[in-house]
Design a protein around this ligand. Structure first.
Ligand code: GLC
Length: 783
């Protein structure tokens, strides 16, 4: 690692730790502890949520509402009790007790069974020049998840995770800094789980037992330590609270759940039209076509190449007639082009919207359009201006916006000239009274927010789709996220599962990796396996880089084309189920793609299991991610499981060896599962092709399901304009009973049939009249 050579620190500034508590003060929901110059506050925001703040100087910074959606005062007050003893101050809520040791002002939390968690280690909370940190104990059997966008496997014990957004080009399992910086994680052990959100946008880092075994550390280069402790104990509860704090994603348009096709670049109208035709002729469903940077005129954002895209409006409307939605890329770098009548540059200069250096000079770097300047998205007026620029795109029918290079990715020299990646000088003023050092991690988040809110203004009744590469905690409120420039490597296919699961465990549910790999050339086998796994990605997008081989589903020959068609078809059949998961994410913060530990947190076998995933609660995949492999071991957690393809029944907890030829991705369903499915369509066309039936596939056992549906495209769901059915499956006298409640909510689907299929036993059908139904289906003797 040559970059570290000669960089060992020669001096170590000593840390100053908290001293004795000298005074305790209580206000409505905050207890303050004065310790010399330092001030510590603990605020009780919910029975399972506390906020801890330490200001070494005794003075807190003004509140910054960047990531946190709910201000302290906006939480409903909950009762708590404060007990003071000679040695401690104890704060007790309905769910937890927080004990502060007066001697060193250290914190430990306890659940109601007196199990400690988030317990301060020896160093407690300390500071030194330019940094503040907290140290806490790692309990036996504790494992660590989340941390935003991370390479490697699932459990982050014994790793260091830095929160600083970078263009993580050529990332691999050892890469630390990534495109996203989300300083949140959860620590789980049997019977216990808690989450930590480090509320700092400055550079920060988690060290999970590396510097000191048995201790995790959080450090930020900010002026105070500000973190939230969220008690679970289950991951679902931790995420529910964390997303209450940082916000949840709005429901995306339903079409965004379909298959997306992208390439850098489909670089002319002709190429795009041919691509669209190819999908329809080959009967491979596809909803979205992404236009990468070459649709622009010389990489000038908010322009179109007059040569290659001479009539974008016609192109987009023709595509729309065929069911395709168009998404265009928008990068933050604005071509530096004085006196050239480039409206974006001119307006930005006229209103002083671009980031300046501390000395007042305009900052510039190099990106696609060569010399470029960068909007200061931390400013509300800049976000409005930029958001309004999108009107030129929405007016001609662009359905979604893809934000890229927004870490921001900047070179110090023209591209292709061996430039170094740089960022704005850390002292560059941004937003209101902030410097780049404080808000670097927010650049992508604020850009995505600007796009999202702009689209909402221009198309107030229609949901839009925004995709971003960079972001910070809370990015789920504004945008979906993809994992940047992966490679056409088996290792990257394998890694995509834990990466996306950890994103989901960080509150960001709408995520995906480029199917087939962005950089490099997929082999037919890799591509087939990737499409199978890609079917599980919440965002299902194929993409590939300039000068790589084409990666569309048909370029690898008939066998792979058939596999791609089959798995994309399956994705479309599962859309009602997947859309329901999006609704869960939007209302509870639950991930869509989940590691097994999410549903089996008491089962230590799941703690490091990274290569099996759950799509929602019922469907488990054990994909193949190695060349030439046709068998793999599958772990089935406790309960009865069914093979999706053969119906074979298995009892967990157990390991089985499964056979998976290239056509087959091993898939399992939990007993009692209820999975709504629909016929394959070539695209999601809610208005024009109402579906004539919906199929509820049910597997024997006990299960409950809430089936959400709505128009899939407007914000009416916020006004109760949706349909909810509660479905219950259970066994009675060896028969499977399916109870469907009457429809709640104001939305009624178009006339259709409901088919209830007890998988392996038969089916019944009836018109969907919105009434209650009770069905007896087949004989079934439970084990
Ligand atoms: C970046 C993006 C990639 C895109 C390319 C050109 O590398 O991550 O997805 O295709 O830029 O815009």
């Amino acid at each position: 690692m040559p970059q570290y050579f000669g960089q060992l620190p020669v001096t170590h500034q000593p840390w100053t730790s908290m001293g004795m508590v000298q005074a305790v003060n209580k206000s409505a929901s905050t207890i303050s502890f004065a310790c010399g110059d330092a001030l510590l506050t603990i605020s009780i925001l919910a029975a399972n949520l506390i906020r801890v703040r330490l200001a070494p100087t005794g003075e807190f910074m003004p509140r910054r509402a960047w990531a946190v959606a709910l201000d302290d005062a906006e939480w409903t007050t909950v009762p708590f009790e404060v007990r003071e003893t000679e040695a401690t101050v104890e704060i007790e809520t309905a769910q937890i007790c927080v004990r502060v040791q007066r001697q060193k002002c250290q914190i430990t939390c306890f659940d109601k069974a007196n199990r400690p968690f988030a317990e301060d280690a020896d160093m407690g909370m300390s500071w030194r020049m330019g940094a503040v940190a907290g140290w806490k104990k790692i309990a036996t059997d504790e494992h660590f998840y989340g941390f935003g966008e991370r390479t490697g496997f699932l459990d982050k014990l014994n790793e260091v995770k830095t929160n600083w957004t970078v263009d993580a080009l050529d990332y691999n399992a050892l890469t630390d800094e990534m495109y996203q910086a989300i300083p949140f994680f959860m620590a789980l052990r049997p019977d216990m789980g808690y989450g930590i959100f480090l509320n700092s946008t400055f550079w920060s880092q988690f060290d999970v037992g590396v510097e000191q075994p048995g201790v995790w550390k959080m450090e930020t280069r900010g002026r105070e330590l500000d973190y939230y402790i969220i008690y679970g104990p289950e991951p679902a509860q931790i995420l529910r609270t964390y997303t209450q704090l940082t916000g949840r994603m709005p429901l995306p348009p339903k079409w965004a759940l379909g298959y997306h096709q992208c390439r850098w670049s489909y670089d002319s109208e002709t190429v795009v039209r041919e691509l669209a035709q190819e999908f329809r002729q080959r009967r491979i469903p596809c909803d979205v076509i992404h236009l990468d940077i070459d649709y622009m005129d010389g990489y000038r954002v908010f322009t179109w190449s007059p040569k290659r895209f001479s009539n974008p409006e016609k192109l987009i409307s023709d595509l729309a007639l065929d069911g395709f939605k168009t998404v265009t890329i928008i990068d933050p770098g604005v071509k530096y082009e004085p006196e050239a009548n480039y409206h974006v540059f001119d307006q930005g200069i006229d209103h002083d919207y671009f980031v300046r250096k501390a000395d007042g000079g305009l900052f510039h770097g190099y990106v696609w359009p060569d010399k470029a300047v960068f909007p200061d998205f931390l400013r509300a007026d800049v976000r409005t201006w930029w958001g309004d620029l999108h009107k030129s795109l929405t007016d001609i029918g662009v359905a979604g916006i893809w934000n890229d290079m927004n870490e921001p990715a900047i070179d110090d020299r023209p591209f292709g000239d061996d430039g170094k990646k740089i960022w704005f000088p850390l002292d560059a003023p941004q937003g209101e009274n902030a410097t780049h050092g404080e808000v670097h991690n927010l650049y992508g988040l604020m850009m995505a927010k600007s796009a999202y809110t702009g689209l909402e203004r221009h198309r107030p009744t229609k949901r839009s789709f925004v995709l971003t590469r960079s972001g910070y905690a809370g990015v789920q409120r504004w945008s979906a996220v993809w994992m940047g420039d992966n490679h056409s490597l088996w290792e990257h296919l394998e890694m995509s599962l834990p990466m996306l699961c950890n994103m989901g465990l960080s509150g960001v549910a709408f995520v995906g990796c480029d199917i087939g790999g962005f950089a490099g050339n997929a082999t037919p086998e890799l591509f087939a396996r990737w499409m199978q796994i890609g079917m599980l990605y919440p965002l299902m997008r194929g993409h590939s880089a300039l000068s790589t081989a084409r990666h569309e589903p048909w370029v690898f020959g008939d066998r792979v084309e058939n596999i791609c068609r089959e798995y994309i078809n399956l994705r479309y059949q599962l859309l009602p189920y997947i859309y329901n998961l999006f609704w869960q994410a939007a209302t509870t913060g639950a991930p869509i793609l989940r590691p097994l530990l999410y549903h089996f947190p008491q089962d230590p076998q799941t703690y490091t299991l990274y290569d099996q995933v759950l799509l929602g609660a019922s469907l488990m995949a054990a994909p193949i991610y190695r060349p030439g492999v046709e068998h793999r071991s599958v772990y089935l957690p406790a309960g009865i499981w069914y093979d999706w393809w053969t119906g074979e029944e298995y009892a967990g907890s157990s390991h089985i060896l499964t056979h998976a030829p290239l056509e087959r991705m091993p898939l399992y369903v939990r007993s009692g599962a209820i999975i709504p499915m629909q016929p394959v369509t070539q695209y999601i066309d809610i208005d024009e092709q109402p579906l004539d039936h919906i199929r509820l596939r049910v597997w024997p056992g006990n299960g409950k399901y809430t089936f959400f549906e709505d128009d899939g495209q407007t914000f009416e769901y916020n006004k109760q304009n949706f349909s909810l059915r509660n479905i219950n499956v259970f066994t009675e006298n060896n028969q499977t009973i399916v109870e469907i409640s009457s429809r709640e909510g104001a939305w009624t689907p178009a006339s259709r049939e409901i088919i209830v299929e007890l998988v392996g036993f038969g089916e019944q059908r009836f018109p969907d009249d919105g009434q209650e139904h009770r069905l007896k289906l087949g004989n079934y003797a439970p084990r």
